[in-house]
Design a protein around this ligand. Structure first.
Ligand code: FES
Ligand code: FES
Length: 159
């Protein structure tokens, strides 16, 4: 067995102190230690974006980073995006525009989409496609995903 090291994280507003192996990824910590299974494991090596979460508001592929690298940081997952029973505007837009089929890529798409708008990278369809290109959808729901992002961007809601 590997030695365990302490890590403190704030996830969706809640503080956690855990002991994990140094090689534990942020993705595995979220899914296996905290049972936040909304964040998906697609490829586990940075190629699909299904594992996208926000660290201090910036999107990251959680499969590519070790949990201990984020000691003391604030993490937001898809479970933390809505406010109580109210869906986040990006979640509402994905529902409205059918921005998913099987849904496996969707949590990562939505986390990335929110960041894309916040970063100011949703100015045109081409720009959205470029800045969402790290999020793969095997079902090919791209047109509807772009439509959802454009609605949020153009609606001017706070994301
Ligand atoms: Fe992280 Fe695919 S699971 S990028
Ligand atoms: Fe199926 Fe995107 S909705 S992978």
């Amino acid at each position: 067995a590997f030695e365990q090291v302490p890590v403190s994280l704030k996830v969706n507003g809640k503080k956690y102190k855990l002991n994990v192996e140094p090689r534990t990824t942020l993705l595995d910590l979220l899914r296996e230690n905290l049972h936040l299974t909304g964040t998906k494991k697609g490829c586990d090596y940075g190629q699909c974006g299904a594992c996208t979460v926000h660290v201090e508001g910036q999107r990251v592929n959680s499969c590519l980073s070790f949990a201990v690298m984020h000691d003391g940081k604030e993490i937001t997952t898809i479970e933390g995006l809505s406010k109580g029973d109210d869906l986040h505007p990006m979640q509402e837009a994905f529902v409205k525009h059918d921005g998913f089929q099987c849904g496996y890529c969707t949590p990562g798409q939505i986390m990335s989409a929110v960041a894309c708008v916040r970063e100011g990278h949703a100015g045109s369809e081409a720009e959205i496609r470029e800045y969402m290109s790290g999020n793969i959808c095997r079902c090919g729901a791209y047109t509807n995903i772009v439509a959802a992002i454009q609605e949020v961007k153009n609606g001017g809601q706070k994301v």
